[in-house]
Design a protein around this ligand. Structure first.
Ligand code: GLU
Length: 408
């Protein structure tokens, strides 16, 4: 799952290319961009390799006031130009970028799309062909066809769709893949990670799983797949746009290692008073002290921070603590004590495996706390309590400052 950036209402090319470049650190194998100038010209360029390879393929006249871009980490089909996104339908009307995996793409293809001329091996093309087929067969507009298709699609997705018969709209949908809407004056932006577009706006709207939206330059509407309108409140994301740049360092990892003292200072300001006494939200302290057993769930580096947490909780608080890999607990939910309390450690707040465990905890009414670096992230919104690490964006894949912040 890689990166997505969409823009409506502003020269889109550079914003998209820069946003995708900001997401490069996540790794990807190919990239693509669709632009529409709203005067009848549209441009689609895709390349295997880096964003700079994509740029090299674009001519200066490829500009647009609406556009969608994508970096792909192939799950279905090799990294080729044909498999790169945006994917389009056989009538060249719909253009779609997608982060995620469509689980029932074979069934959809067999049931609804016999005889369609597929150009790629991707699950994503099945989605865009399906939208187009529904629009033609049922003679409905693109947004309605999109929602009808979403009712049939199973899996994870952050989708941005352009219907070139109504090119001043970007249609969006989210399920289990991150996506945020950024609001500007006379333009709007959609991105898989807010950090990638912080130089354009700091006002964001978080989308929930199952949300579908119609975004124009001055407006946005969000509804459920069944058409029930929902309101999601905009908020200002307190993050410095430069925080995600290398700031003179050769590598992000070196910069992030050096940032650790500053992160520790910030954390002590946030969680200790002048006398050095903890100022953690009493509700969290109260909930934890009621527990007879703590369960820490995490993945990767956070799991190791969890092991340190176990030693600290058992030594200082005398509460037996278990640490589990979220990826395992999703399949085998551990046997629980009478009064368990769950702690999720997740840098991004979007770790899919941890989220599966959190969903089960919610069903069983087990109280939970997410410790994350990203305000407003999915796990933060869904757990009962959140503690923010405030370590700033961590770009290097080997975690350093987020790990030390979790331990602190
Ligand atoms: N499943 C899609 C593909 O393989 C999207 C992969 C991604 O999230 O980048 O094309």
């Amino acid at each position: 799952m890689c990166g997505i950036v969409g823009v409506v209402g502003k020269p889109a090319r550079d914003i998209i290319l820069k946003g995708l470049t900001n997401l490069e650190y996540r790794g990807y194998d190919s990239a693509g961009i669709y632009l529409n100038d709203l005067k009848g010209h549209e441009y689609l360029t895709k390349a295997v390799g880096r964003i700079k390879d994509l740029k090299n393929k674009m001519t200066p006249d490829e500009q647009g006031l609406v556009g969608i871009g994508h970096t792909r980490w192939a799950t279905h089909g090799k990294p080729t130009v044909a498999n790169a996104h945006p994917q389009f339908d056989e009538t060249h009307r719909f253009y779609l970028v997608h982060n995620g995996v469509i689980e029932n793409y074979t069934q959809l293809r067999e049931k609804y799309l016999k005889g369609v001329d597929f150009k790629s091996e991707t699950d994503t093309e099945v989605a865009v062909q399906l939208i187009s087929k529904i629009a033609r067969d049922k003679k409905v507009d693109g947004f309605t066809a999109f929602k009808e298709a979403l009712k049939l699609i199973k899996g994870s997705y952050a989708f941005l769709l352009i219907d070139n018969t109504k090119p001043d709209h970007v249609y969006i949908a989210k399920n289990k893949s991150p996506m945020r809407l950024g609001l500007g004056k006379g333009f709007n932006i959609i991105a898989s990670d807010a950090v990638s577009v912080l130089d354009q706006t700091k006002t964001f709207v978080d989308l929930n799983d199952g949300d579908v939206g119609d975004i124009t330059k001055d407006n946005y509407t969000i509804e459920t797949i069944d058409g029930k309108k929902v309101t999601r409140k905009p908020y200002v994301l307190h993050m410095d746009a430069n925080a995600a740049s290398k700031g003179g360092y050769e590598f992000y990892m070196l910069k992030e290692i050096d940032e650790q003292p500053a992160v520790m200072r910030r954390l002590s300001q946030d969680y200790l008073d002048e006398d050095g006494e903890p100022t953690v939200d009493p509700k969290i302290v109260n909930a934890i002290s009621k527990a007879d057993h703590l369960y820490i769930f995490a993945a990767g580096t956070s799991y190791h921070a969890g092991l340190v947490g176990k030693a600290l909780f058992e030594n200082f608080a005398n509460i037996p603590t278990e640490v589990g890999y979220a990826s395992e607990a999703g399949y085998h939910f551990p046997m629980m004590s009478k009064h368990p309390f769950f702690i999720f450690l997740t840098q991004s707040g979007e770790t899919a495996d941890s989220r599966v465990v959190l969903q089960q905890a919610i069903k069983r009414h087990i109280p939970s706390l997410t410790m994350t670096n990203v305000e407003g992230s999915t796990l933060s919104r869904e757990a009962d309590y959140t503690m923010l690490l405030n370590a700033g964006p961590e770009i290097a894949v080997a975690s350093t400052k987020a790990y030390t912040a979790q331990i602190a």
